[in-house]
Design a protein around this ligand. Structure first.
Ligand code: KIV
Length: 270
């Protein structure tokens, strides 16, 4: 396992993993406890996703998430991460206004949290910004396909790149991102065949979410894979646990025990 051989996962390690054909594992985290468990499990990449807007804050979209909020969560996650590469999702409007603004916000995030890289959504319109960030030493993970910060443009969370024109644009964006210097690209909710083509066309790793098995790595929202988020259950998010059921029955049993006078018992009292 890579995380056992190498003390800290760096962006360089992530790039080398593609050359070695070693699959990259990634999950999101928003707090210290989950981050510690993920880090211990040997996962290579931990992303403080702006999906925290949905799963932590209960918002309908990721758009309301702020830089201050992402910094707050990343500081907590940082405390639990010793080996994995820690990547921060830059919130909507924190990098789109101008290159200067993007440098200030991405720089602030790395400075204040100790994370190692940022993730930025978008292809062609973001190329100059990404080039500048990479030039000054801020590693960037790209994100194309279904980019949730553009939900109001798309109008739905449907698969992107099904029709030829859009598929060609996504492929072109991937190549442009590689040229601009990103160390990896998230491919979200695109057909497997397109993800395969992109993965073969770029030398940097692709990390899929709802993009099929041919990507160099996979990422999921941690609450989805733990079966803890029931508002929205995407088909691509395999559940490795059913924690909602466990948590709900724990709460019910706690209430039942107190009402019945069974908690606390003698051993639990002083
Ligand atoms: O915000 C997020 O969690 C993400 C990943 C799912 C890729 O962008």
């Amino acid at each position: 396992m890579i995380a056992e051989k190498i003390k800290r996962i760096t962006t360089k390690v992530i790039i080398e993993m593609k050359a070695r054909r070693e699959k990259i594992t990634a999950l999101t985290a928003y707090d210290y406890i989950i981050a510690s468990m993920l880090d211990e499990s040997g996962i290579e990449v931990i992303l403080v996703g702006d999906s925290l807007g949905n799963v932590f804050q209960g918002q309908e979209t990721t758009l309301p998430v702020t830089v201050d909020e992402i910094i707050y969560h990343t500081k907590a996650v940082r405390k639990g991460v010793k080996h994995s590469l820690l990547v921060v999702d830059m919130p909507f409007l924190s990098y789109q206004i101008s290159i200067e603004d993007a440098v200030r916000n991405c720089g602030r995030v790395l400075k204040e949290t100790g994370a190692e890289a940022v993730k930025i959504e978008g292809g062609k319109p973001m190329i100059e910004t990404i080039r500048r960030l990479v030039d000054i030493g801020i590693p960037v993970m790209g994100h194309i396909g279904l980019t949730p910060q553009s939900i109001h443009k798309f109008g739905s969370y449907d698969v992107r790149g099904r029709e030829k024109g859009e598929a060609e644009n996504i492929l072109r964006d991937a190549k442009a991102l590689e040229k601009a210097g990103v160390f990896s690209i998230v491919l979200e909710k695109i057909p497997s065949s397109l993800a395969k083509k992109i993965t073969k066309s770029v030398s940097i790793p692709t990390i899929g979410i709802g993009a099929g098995p041919h990507c160099d790595g996979q990422i999921l929202v941690v609450y989805d894979m733990l079966g803890m988020f029931e508002d929205f259950q995407p088909r691509f998010a395999r559940k490795y646990a059913e924690l909602t059921k466990t948590i709900k029955s724990s709460f019910k049993n706690y209430v039942k025990d107190i009402k019945a006078g069974n908690f606390p018992n003698k051993e639990e009292s002083f």
